[in-house]
Design a protein around this ligand. Structure first.
Ligand code: NDP
Length: 224
C-alpha cells in the first residue's frame, strides 16, 4: 500500500485515549498501514475540535507534515457524550455536543481538504454511532443520549453532503461498535483492538462506491 518514496498519511483526532489512541497504536505497529522513508512516523498536533480557532490554527502545524505529501486518511474521531433526554436536555450542553461532534468534524474536513486533495486515497472517516440512526431510534431501549444522538445524526448528514459535493473524496460514516473505553465503559462488547482492526480493513479497502455509506465496524450497513 505504501510506496517506497511516499508515506501513507493519517490524521486521527482525539488520539489521547480510547478509540483514537488505538487507531494510532495499530497504525504505528503495522508498517503496511504507515511507512515513512524519513523515519518520522508519528507527529502530535494540538487541536481542540470544539474551538474553531484552534482547528484553523492547526493548519500551521499540519503544513510542514502534510504540505508536500498530502493526507490519505482523515479520521474524525474526537467526540463527547452526555446523558440527557428530549425534555430535559440543556440547550447549552446540546450546543457543546453539536460543536464537538458535528461542527468540529465539518471544519476539520474543510481545513484538511487541500491536504486530502494532494493525498492518494482521499478518505474521510467520520466516527459516528448507532445513536445517530433515526430509522432504528424507536427500537433502541436506551433513550438517554438525546443530544449525542442528534449530533451523530448531523455527522451522518455531513458525510452524505461531503460525498455529494466531492465525488473525488471517499466519505464514510461508521459506528465503531460498543467499545471498552472511557466513553463506552467497562461493559462494552468490544476491545478497542477488535473494533479498530476491523475498521482499518474497511477504510483501507474503501473505494468511491463506498462513499456516502453508513457502516458498522464489521462492514454491515446501518439504516439511516
Ligand atoms: P473517549 O471518551 O474514550 O475518548 C474521547 C477522545 O476524544 C479523547 O481522546 C478526547 O481527548 C477526545 N476529545 C474530546 N473532545 C475533544 C475536543 N474538543 N478536541 C479534541 N479532542 C477531543 O471516547 P471513545 O474513544 O470511546 O470515542 C471515540 C469516538 O467513537 C467518539 O466520536 C464516540 O462518539 C464514538 N463512539 C464510541 C463508542 C464506544 O462504545 N466507545 C460507540 C459509538 C461511537 P481528551 O483526552 O483531551 O479529553
Amino acid at each position: 500500500m505504501a510506496s517506497a518514496t511516499r508515506p501513507t498519511t493519517w490524521l486521527v483526532t482525539g488520539a489521547s485515549r480510547g478509540i483514537g489512541l488505538e487507531f494510532v497504536r495499530l497504525l504505528v505497529s503495522f508498517p503496511e498501514h504507515v511507512e515513512s522513508e524519513r523515519g518520522e512516523r508519528l507527529h502530535v498536533v494540538r487541536m481542540d475540535v470544539s474551538d474553531f480557532d484552534s482547528i484553523r490554527a492547526s493548519v500551521k502545524q499540519l503544513e510542514p507534515i502534510l504540505g508536500e505529501v498530502g493526507l490519505d486518511y482523515l479520521i474524525n474521531n474526537a467526540g463527547i457524550i452526555t446523558e440527557d433526554t428530549a425534555f430535559t436536555l440543556g440547550p447549552e450542553q446540546l450546543m457543546d455536543i453539536l460543536r464537538t461532534n458535528a461542527a468540529g468534524p465539518a471544519l476539520v474536513s474543510q481545513v484538511c481538504l487541500p491536504f486530502l486533495e494532494k493525498g492518494t486515497r482521499k478518505v474521510v472517516l467520520n466516527v459516528s454511532s448507532t445513536g445517530g440512526s433515526i430509522a432504528t431510534s424507536d427500537q433502541r431501549k436506551d433513550k438517554k443520549y438525546t443530544s449525542y444522538s442528534m449530533s451523530k445524526a448531523a455527522l451522518n448528514m455531513l458525510t452524505v453532503k461531503q460525498k455529494a459535493e466531492r465525488p473525488d473524496i471517499i466519505a464514510v460514516t461508521l459506528d465503531p461498535g460498543w467499545v471498552k473505553t472511557d466513553m463506552g465503559g467497562k461493559d462494552g462488547l468490544l476491545e478497542p483492538e477488535e473494533s479498530i482492526s476491523n475498521i482499518l480493513k474497511i477504510v483501507t479497502s474503501a473505494t468511491s462506491a463506498d462513499s456516502g455509506k453508513y457502516l458498522r465496524y464489521n462492514g454491515e450497513s446501518l439504516p439511516w
